[in-house]
Structures are given as C-alpha cells and as structure tokens.
Design a binder for this molecule. Structure first.
Ligand code: FRU
Length: 475
C-alpha cells in the first residue's frame, strides 16, 4: 500500500516519542549541533533567512537511523542559537519524488520561499539505476510561511537534461542575478565524468540549459551538491566530487568536498582554478551556503560521509549524523576561509586563559572551545586518550583512538606555518580550524568522560566551557 502523508506523519510522531525517551540517557547527544530528532540526517537543504527566521531544512530519514526513504526535516531559529524543530516539510509521496525528496535549495522572493529539490524515482525493473531506471527530477515547492508547502510540482525531468547525461542529475541550487534566475545541478555523464549543468530562467518555472561547468581533465565521476557564488570579489564553485583520484593528502575520504575559484563568467567563457578541499577531516560533506540578512555568506555542512567504512554508535539511540556548526566564509589570499560564526561566542561560559611554555593540561568539558596561538616549531594537542592533533614538519595529523573513532583512524593535512588552532568539541564531534579558518578538519568521535586536554608546545590561548543551544519541539 502506498503510504500517505497522514500515515507517515503518524509514524514519524511515534518514532520521535521513542527517540525522546532515549535522549536523557544518550551520552552522544549533541549540545550545539543540529541533529535529527530521530532517524538519519544528511545534507543541509534550503538554507535561508526568511521572515525573521533562519531555516535549515535537511535530508531526513525519520524512521530509520541507517537511512530509509528520505524526507525534508526542518529547523528554524531567529539567531542560529535558539532552535525550533518544525514539522516534516516534504514527504516522498508524489509521483515525481516517491523514492526520496532529495537535496535542494531555497530562493526567497517577496512574500514566498521557493524550494527547488530533486525528486528521486526508481522505476521497478532490472535496472542499474545509474544509466537507466531512475528519474532525477527538478521539483519546486512554494511556501508562504516556510512551515508547510502551499504547492509542489515537477519542473524538469531527465529528458530535459543534455543527452550525454546519466540518470544522475540532482541537487539544484538556485539564485537570482541581473534580473534572471540561475540554477546549477550536479551531474554524472554517461561516460562517468562529474560536471555541473547551468540553467537560466526568466520566471523561476521555465528553465533553459545554457552552460556546463567542468574541469579540462575529468575530476571524478559525479559532482554532488553544487553551489556557485561570488564572495569578496571572487566567483567560487563548491561541490562534492565522487571518484576523484587522491593525491598528496587530498581525497583521503571515500568522497571529497571542496571548491574551485572560477575566472570569467559561469554563463559563458570561464576557467576553473585549482581544486581545494573544504575540509580534511573524516566527516564533512555536501555543504550549502546562504546569505545572512547582514550579508555574511554562511556555510553549513553535513557532518557525515556517504558510504564511509566507519560507523556511529548513535544508531543504538536511534539517530545518526548531524550538521557542522555554521561557518562564515571569506575569500582570503586565494583560499576560501571558514570561521565559526560569531553568534557562537554567546555559548561561552567559563573562560580560562593559559600560557604554554612546554606543556599544559586543561580540564576537558563535554562541550568546549579552545583557541591557541602557536609560537613553537611543533605542537601536539591531546584530548584524553581519544584524539590527538599533531603538527610537525609541515604536516598535521588528526588521529582518533580505536574506542573513540569507530573505524576512523587518521587524516593528514599540509600546513607549512601554523599560526593558530581553534577547536570546537561537542558530545560527539570535533571541529578544528587552522590559521583563522584557512583549513578545517571536521569529525565525529565518541570520547570517554572526565578527561583533560594536554598541549605540548609553545604559545598561549583561551579555553571555554560552552552551554548548549536551546531546542524547542513542534510536532
Ligand atoms: C549527497 C546526496 C545528494 C542527494 C542526497 C540524497 O549526500 O547524495 O546528492 O541529493 O544526498 O539524500
């Protein structure tokens, strides 16, 4: 029987009641990261500021922590600190999205929010679902209040994409510019080359394919979750490439996630600069950016990695994965820097300043922040027995213990001159910003309680305990 929205809504309600009971005894429940109320979370979607609230929609499988059919979950916040869990926004119940309401983005205009997303359809039959048997449709949900869609429709199906495309064409990111609308879609060609398709529209509903963004030499077989924006005078193409050949500590994860500077016009002639990874940790993928009302370009990434061979013990508590903290982006000296948004300073509680001449030990808080100005030739930062960040001979190594890593071992990053380290720890995550956000390492980890942070090196810094964000819950 086809599940109706009402039946699914009731099932989600029941799953959330069970999850609520587990929360109180959950050592890994995050304090200041968005996580699913129950079930599985992946990509952030439809990020925007609309009528006095930030909106974070997200890929959500509410009934299965190991990923089942995909819905759009939803959080709102007036300040990125106090959050409200809103009702599920999109259900996979229409003929154009029956096998998942996949990723997409928000366009805010006048009195409405336009949410473009991918409707995933798997046709019954003996198909490979890459070159045959799958529909990846561009769909549009329009909402006036941001809480419930007022309409939902199919805009583009696979026959509207260039003829050399496989069935994998998805994740529309839409924006307005020069009086027109633009959409970028992630794509896999029939020859297994990852690229992006650019579409243009006069009216938000009718779209014409106008350009392709690709590298001269193939860079992976599929580019997911694209984003294109101009920041501090530089055009940037962000995407999550799959199947990229690893080299010199780029591409250590099963899939990558990064950006190219774009020179020229994304609608016509252009060249792409060198690809840089956005993050060198274990768990960061499918980031999406949006503009805050004060003009900042903020990014949120999924703190997870598809098809990774490491795992998360939170599945025992019936949830899996979370979002990164929101980060403010800038283009500085040829790199995209990502810094924790300034709002997070309001979570700071006790502050402790410290000097490290050779070694210092600090109490470890379940939720904590540490900023360290490095003055030495090498540095080691140990978080109990669970994690170690070491910088030596121009190389950073993040290593996790067997008991904290759940299959995560070590990751590397080249940094010739380490000026500073900024660390954010939550109950089950670690985010490390290097050199004012020039480089980042993001990872889930599952620490033991009551440990300390040990620093071996030379420098000084500050250490804070952080209080949790507030979460209100709307059924
Ligand atoms: C990236 C991704 C997207 C897709 C979504 C489905 O993690 O594979 O390309 O739209 O997840 O959940």
């Amino acid at each position: 029987m086809k599940a109706t929205k009402e039946i699914l809504c009731q099932q989600i309600f029941e799953a959330e009641q069970v999850a609520k009971e587990k929360m109180a005894h959950d050592p890994y429940r995050q304090g200041y990261h968005l996580m699913p109320p129950s079930g599985w979370m992946n990509d952030p979607n439809g990020l925007c500021w609309y009528k006095g609230n930030y909106h974070v929609y997200y890929q959500h499988s509410p009934l299965n922590a190991n990923r089942g059919n995909i819905f759009w979950g939803h959080y709102t916040s007036p300040d990125l600190l106090n959050w409200t869990k809103q009702p599920t926004f999109l259900y996979p119940v229409d003929s154009w999205d029956l096998n998942g309401v996949y990723s997409g983005s928000a366009l805010v205009e006048e009195d409405a929010m336009y949410l473009y997303y991918t409707g995933n359809v798997k046709y019954p039959g003996d198909y490979d679902y890459i070159y045959e048997g799958r529909g990846h449709n561009v769909c549009l949900a329009v909402t006036k209040d941001g809480i419930e869609p007022d309409s939902n429709q199919l805009l583009l199906s696979n026959d509207k994409y260039p003829s050399d495309m496989s069935c994998h064409v998805r994740d529309p990111k839409v924006w307005k510019m020069d009086g027109k609308y633009y959409m970028v879609l992630g794509a896999r060609t029939r020859e297994d080359i990852g690229e992006l398709l650019i579409f243009e529209s006069e009216d938000k509903y009718h779209w014409t394919h106008i350009n392709v963004i690709k590298t001269p030499e193939p860079c992976g077989y599929m580019w997911e979750c694209p984003d294109i924006f101009c920041l501090d005078g530089q055009w940037i193409v962000m995407t999550s490439p799959q199947g990229m050949a690893p080299h010199d500590y780029v591409g250590q994860n099963v899939y990558s996630c990064g950006y190219f500077p774009l020179y020229g016009d994304f609608r016509g002639e252009y060249t792409l600069g060198e690809y840089c990874e956005a993050d060198a940790g274990f768990d960061y993928y499918a980031p999406q950016t949006f503009k805050a009302p004060d003009g900042r370009r903020i990014v949120i990434g999924w703190m997870g990695m598809p098809d990774a061979d490491y795992s998360n013990p939170t599945t025992e508590q019936l949830w899996q994965h979370c979002m990164s903290i929101p980060r403010e982006l800038h283009w500085v000296n040829g790199r995209l820097t990502a810094q924790p948004i300034q709002e997070l300073k309001q979570l700071r509680q006790e502050k402790e300043s410290f000097l490290c001449q050779k070694e210092v030990s600090l109490p470890m808080h379940q939720r904590g922040e540490l900023f360290f100005r490095n003055q030495g030739e090498m540095l080691t930062l140990r978080i109990g027995e669970d994690a170690e960040i070491q910088w030596k001979d121009g190389l950073v190594r993040l290593s996790l213990s067997e008991q904290a890593g759940y299959g995560r071992t070590e990751r590397f990053l080249r940094i010739s001159n380490l000026r500073n380290i900024h660390l954010f720890l939550d109950s089950s995550s670690i985010e490390v910003f290097f050199n004012d956000g020039e480089y980042v390492m993001t990872s889930r980890y599952y620490p033991c309680e009551n440990q300390s942070i040990n620093i071996l090196g030379e420098g000084e810094g500050e250490h804070y305990q952080l209080c949790p964000m507030t979460f209100a819950w709307k059924e």
